[in-house]
Ligand binder design. Structure first.
Ligand SMILES: Cc1cc2nc3c(=O)[nH]c(=O)nc-3n(C[C@H](O)[C@H](O)[C@H](O)COP(=O)(O)O)c2cc1C
Length: 329
């Protein structure tokens, strides 16, 4: 259990924000499968860009389970404050600030993890956003700008002083990008140095790893990104293991088919007949990557442009696998 402002979360497993992936359908699915908190894809602080279809879809929280957590990115304190206000007006109940991913420059200013180099600016942005909204503000960041400039402890204290309600920390520096292994010593040190909840992020891909990392760092929750791609049931697996010390059985082929087919339906509904099938391709590829015959299937699947045809073809793929499994049993 952990707390962000007035919100209490029963599951210690959080879905990391991932641009292009953690859209409304995926967030819904992860929540249903055991994620305590899910965070939206990043939205630029420059609200003049919000009229694009991409931004409109990112700002759409219709029917979303509460609390709705929206991530914003930008390098200008007043713009970030205004973006936070507008998002709260639009339904956000938690504002998450992105200083964790190598986001592109916004308005010729650094944004995302590039901000970590300038602690004064970090403080200005955090104070401005916290003062602009009545909802809790969280910060997602990396351990520093580079291995030589690892300032997570300073940034964490700045955030706590500014009134930030929780921290999500990815155990890599900006310069590391996704190379090497995430390190958890800095996360453990941050947990020791602040009183607000800290969520541990980076390379957590199994129930046992989640438990080890929670134990090692003393963090309040784990945040899962890439390991949830094509495997959204990882949230219930980790949640169950943390509660009971026992592993849940792997989902059956029938269940994977049902989860994927319902995910596809949500994607078609959300993105429409043209974009839906295109967005679906990467998800299907992740779901199937360990299944027999998926490589050949994907080649022909990626040529399908029609939603109904895509859906039927996934069902057919699974029917064949399920029948083969029954014959073998
Ligand atoms: C495709 C992709 C998109 C991402 N987009 C964002 C984002 O919009 N905001 C953010 O703070 N982090 C973003 N991240 C970083 C993740 O939230 C997370 O910190 C990182 O993937 C490490 O966690 P993992 O090892 O569990 O994947 C992204 C990562 C990936 C792989």
């Amino acid at each position: 259990m952990f707390q962000i402002g007035p919100y209490t979360f029963d599951s210690q497993v959080i879905l990391a924000p991932m641009a292009g992936i953690t859209d409304r359908p995926f967030r819904h699915l992860c929540r249903e499968l055991g994620a305590g908190l899910v965070v939206s894809e990043v939205v630029t602080a420059d609200s003049t860009l919000w009229t694009s279809r991409k931004s409109q879809l990112r700002l759409d929280h219709q029917g979303e389970a509460e609390p709705i957590a929206v991530q914003i990115a930008g390098g200008d304190a007043q713009m970030m404050a205004e973006a936070a206000r507008l998002n709260v007006d639009n339904g956000a109940q938690i504002i998450d600030i992105n200083m964790g991913c190598p986001a592109k420059k916004v308005c010729k200013k650094a944004a995302g993890s590039a901000l970590l180099k300038d602690e004064q600016l970090v403080a200005e942005i955090l104070h401005a956003v916290v003062n602009a909204v009545a909802v809790p503000v969280t910060l997602k960041f990396r351990t520093g700008w580079s291995l030589e400039a690892r300032n997570a402890l300073q940034v964490a204290r700045i955030a706590e002083d500014a009134g930030v309600s929780a921290l999500a920390l990815h155990g890599r520096t900006r310069a590391c990008a996704f190379r090497g292994k995430a390190e958890y010593d800095t996360i453990a040190a941050v947990v020791q140095s602040v009183a607000i909840p800290v969520f541990c992020n980076g390379d957590i891909d199994s129930p046992t790893k989640a438990q080890e990392v929670l134990h090692y760092t003393g963090a309040q929750a784990v945040m899962i990104g890439r390991a949830a791609q094509g495997r959204p049931w990882i949230f219930r697996e980790i949640d169950h293991y943390l509660r009971t010390g026992e592993h849940l059985p792997e989902p059956s082929l029938t269940e994977i088919r049902d989860i994927l087919c319902s995910h596809l339906r949500e994607l078609y509904g959300f993105y429409g007949e043209f974009m839906g099938p295109r967005i679906a391709r990467k998800h299907v590829s992740w779901y199937l990557q360990t299944l027999t015959g998926s490589k050949a299937f994907r080649v022909q699947f990626n040529r399908i442009e029609n939603a109904e045809e895509q859906h039927a073809s996934v069902q057919h793929f699974f029917e064949r696998l399920i029948t083969n499994e029954e014959i073998a049993a």
